[in-house]
Each structure stands twice: as C-alpha cells, then as structure tokens.
Write a protein that binds this ligand. Sequence first.
Ligand code: ADP
Length: 665
Amino acid sequence: MLTRIRQSLQTKLVLAFIAVLLIPSFITAFYNLTRTSEVLVESARLNQLQLATVRALNVENLLTSANEDVLFLNQTPQIRRYTNNTSSLALLDMSRLLQVFLDRSIDRYASICILNASGLEVLCLRNQDGAVIELPASALVNQVGQTYFNQAITMTSIAGRQAPVYISDIELEATNGEIATPYNPIIRYSTLLQGDNGTIAGVLVLTALADPIIESLESEDPQQTTILLDKDGYYLLAPDPDQRFGRVLGTDNSLTAQKPDDADMILSQRQGALFGSSDSPDTFQVFQRIRPTGQSTIQWTVIYQQPLSSLLAPVADNQRVTALITLVALAVAVGAALVVTSGIVRPLKSLANAAQSISQGKARIALPPVTTRDEVGAMVEAFTTMVDRVEARTNELQQSNAVIEATLGEMEVKNSELKIANAQVRENARLKSEFMSTMSHELRTPLNAMLGFTGIMLEGMGGEIDQDARHMVQRIQSNSQRLLLLINDILDIAKIEAGRMELVHAPFSPHDAAQMWQSQLEVLAQTKHLRFTVDVDPNMPEVVVSDRDRLTQVVANLVSNAVKFTESGEVAVKVAAQPEGWMIQVSDTGIGIPPHALNYIFDEFRQVDGTSRRTYGGSGLGLAIVRNICQMMRGRVTVTSELGKGSIFTVMLPLETPALLAQAV
Ligand code: ADP
C-alpha cells in the first residue's frame, strides 16, 4: 500500500533549486557588503584626515599671517619714528599708516591700538560697521591690567632680532567687562614698541576677528559637524550652541566650561579617528591639532563629526540593490525551478496515482503519453508494460481460479460420494465379519456334536457297527475335522479383519517355546516319515516379550504346510537372533513354489493353482493368517523357493526383551 504523498517532490526540488542558487549569492553579497564597508570606512578615514590637515594648515597660516602683519607694522618708518620720538607729528603719521592698513584688511581685523608704556591707549582705530574710525580721546582707556599689555611690555627684544609677538587665546569682545552678544570672538596680537636706544615706547595691539578663521575650519558637508577645542579640551565650537566658548565666557557669564568625554584621548594625539565617541556612539570623528609654529598660546583641536549611517550610506544603497537583485533572482529561480521540475514531477505524479489506484484495487488510471526520451520517459514506458503484464496475469489467474473453483466443487461432490461409499464399505466389512463369526460359531456347535457322536460310534459305545459303516463314520469324522479347521481359520481371518483379534504380549522363553513346538508338531512329520528338527540359536535372549500363542499358530501353519508339500527329506524350524530383531524360519525339501505364485500365495483363499486343492486340500487361508499376525506384531513374513527343491518361509520380528522395554520406559 502506498503512503499518501504529504511532502511533494516538486516542493523539495524547487527548494533545492532555490537553495543552490541563493546560498552562494548570499555568501557573495555578504562578503561584498562587509568588504565595501571596510573599504568605505578606511577611505573615509583617510580622506577626512587629509581634509582636516589641509584646513588646520590653512588656519595656522591665517594665524601666523596676522603675526607677520604685526611684525611688519613694527618695522615701518612711521612706527619706528614714533618709537624713537613720540612727538604728536609722529603719532599723526602712525595714525595714517594704521588707518590705511586697517582699511585694507577690514575683513580680518577689528581694531588696532597703540598703548604707551603705562598701558594708556594713545591711539585706537576701530573697524565699525565696515568703516575705520579713530576713537576720540575721551574713549581711550588704560589697559594696564590686560594680559596682552603685560605680556608684551615684558618682552625685551634681543639686539638685532625682531621683537616677539604675544598672541592671546580666543577672547569674546566685551564693553566694560560685559560680553557682547552675539558673541564676537577675537584674538589679540601685541608687541613691544621699543626705540633704537632701548627705550620702551609702548605696545602695539592688533585685534583680529576670529570668526573668519573659525569659519575657514568649518566643513561644507551638511552631514558633518565641526567641533573646536581649546588647548585644555574645552569647547570653542560645540554641536550644542550653548556649549560654545564656555571656557572663554567664564563663570561670570553664566555658561560653564565643558569638554567632550574623550577629550584626554583626543588631546594626547596630533590626529586620529574615532568610530563612536563616548558622547555620540553613532558617529564617526576625525580630529587634527592646530598649532601655529613659533608660539605656544594657540593649541586647538578641530574635530569633524558625522553620523556613521551617513558614512555607510553607500553600503545601505548597495544592500538595497543586492536585496532587489536577490528578490528578482529568487522569482526567476522559482519560475525556472517550477518549469524544470514540473517536467519531471508530472509524469511521476501520474505514475504514483496510477500505482496507488492499482494497489487499492481500483480501475486503472490512464498514464500520460511518453513524450520524453529521458529516464522518466523510460520509467513511464516500463511501468505501462508492467501494468499490462500484471493485468494479463491477473486475467489468467482469474480464469484458472474459476477452473479451480469448478474442479473443487466437483471434488467436493466426489468426496462426499466417496465418504458415503467408504462408510458403506466399512459397514459391509463389519457386516461380513459379523456374519462370518456368527456363522462360524453357529457351524462349530453342530460340527462338534457330529465329531462327538462319530467318536462315540467308532468307540463302539453306541453298539457294534460293521466294517463299511465304520469306514463311512470315519469319513464323516475326518471331513468334520477338516471343516472345523476351515471354520477356525475363517473365524480367525474374520476376527483380524474386524479388528477384534487382540495380541497378548507377555515374557516367555523362546527356548521353552521351541521345545513345545518340537513335541507338538513332530507327530505331523512322523505321519509322512519326514525328519523334523527345531533349532534355537544360542545367541537368542533367554526371555522375549511377545504373544506366544499366536507365534505358535504361525509356526503350526508354516510347519503343517511344509509337511503337506514335502514327500521326503526334512522339515526344519530355526529360531535365531538377527541384527534387526529375531526370526523364525521354516524350511522344507518339498515341491517348491513357482516364482509367479510367490506374489499371491499370502492372499486369502489363494493357492498356487487349482490342482493344489485337489491334490493337497486346504483352504488358502493359512498364509493369510500368518501374514496378518506378523503385521500385527510389527514384523513381516517372506518366502524363497525353488521348484522341486523346497521352500524357506522367514518370519522377521522386532526383538523386545523385558530389559529393552524397561530401558525404553
Ligand atoms: P492351504 O495350504 O490351506 O491351501 P495356505 O494359505 O496355507 O493354504 O497355502 C497356500 C498355498 O501356498 C498352498 O495351497 C500351496 O499351493 C502353497 N504352499 C504353501 N506352503 C507351501 C510349501 N511349504 N511348499 C509348497 N507350496 C506351499
């Protein structure tokens, strides 16, 4: 019986098809994406670092160029004159020079001031709303407490060398200590004004606008945030506007100074990259130190920060495209697999259905015509041939079945007829035996009376009878005796056939039995002057278990035949042990038996031929009784004979002794 198809072969094939197609695609895509990400990140890191370096260099140049401007101004004849002779004329000359200078670089500088040796401003030019104005005398103040003044005034120039320039860190413009909003970051450059003879004339202070410098740092990329840290790591520019210039504002101006969490790490390196900082884990940062050569005040670090997602945007695009291609490939694969597998699976399905229907004994399902020359086509063809043969065979079987059934019916009829006949035969046999034993019995009673009365007559007890009458009475007596013997034999045969003769097995001595046979049967031989011997093999056991009376009957029958058919010579009885049992052999030197008669002389009422009865008398029952008794004793009787020389009858019996019987138990 075929099992129901739960897992379709086609589904399995399609899945296998898809797996074969998609697994390598997935591996390749995964490898490509990983590799692309790595390459992207690395190239982004290098690009950004390069860009940061360029911008830092640019800023360093800007910062240093202001420095050079200060040194240049210090060396101009107008300022040299002023420092050697601080006359009002020289001050005027210097004012003009500075006016021209500030006017030309109005987008870079906020103001320029000359302070005397006591810190008092003697000349101040200011860039106000795109125009240069000179502050009136009333607006001039003493800056003696300012770092930029104190630093510059203590810088003594070594002879023959340029005076050094002090550069302040970023400051926010303020009026009377109050920081102006919006914040205006500035950087002050100050240098000592010293006369040729070493006199200290004052300090020149150039205030540069920090915004253009900072702006030149800022990235144009909208994804990128520019962060600027001062030399201690505090925010100058921060992602959160409230954190800007915190350090510069100081506690007085409300905002507190803040640093990024990774500030220490960032400050410890000149440049580097960070994938995910402690503040913003989803970002990518590159940082670069800004340190103009030859001065120590300004030491900034610029950081460019961008979301990792924006960095990996091309990978995400790539992923989408890959997914799309995979989906299309999947659809194509499914389609192709369906087309290819249905060519294989459809005939197989029909085959399975046909096989199932045949196995369930249903009508045959038509199979699809063979269109392909491949293995499936060959299978369909072979299956069709097989089904044809099975059908033909089934038809033949059905026909022979019908024949067998008919024969069986007939046999049953015959059988019951036979049974009836058998029962009749058994009944007939029973009736026959019953009839024979009844008849024998009924015949024996009058015969015994006849023998009794003839005996009395011959004894002369019934009165004297003459010679002729005596002769007739003698004939009556001898015929009655023969008749009695015959009836006894018939009675025995009838008993045997009716199954009523029973053997009495008992232990007896074969030697004693032989002696008894000698004395009982010797008389028969003597009447014909024949020699008669009974011989027992000394190897014979002392005691055997058998029916002694029936054996005596067998020996008597054989010996009386031997005597009857022997005219001269001897009759010998031999008892001997044999390998397969023991035997009683009766031999004579009589007329012998023709070979053809050896087959039937043991049958009932059979003699060698009709003359035998006439010459020797007898009924033909003696040997039949011998054979039946032997069979009942699980033995057999055989005969060998030569015409004119004599016959040998051998009775072969199983040897049973009390010892053997005890062993068997
Ligand atoms: P019966 O002797 O009464 O005729 P049996 O059955 O004893 O019947 O013997 C059958 C026949 O076998 C005999 O008639 C005889 O022809 C033959 N027969 C038996 N014993 C001998 C023998 N010893 N020698 C020759 N013929 C024998």
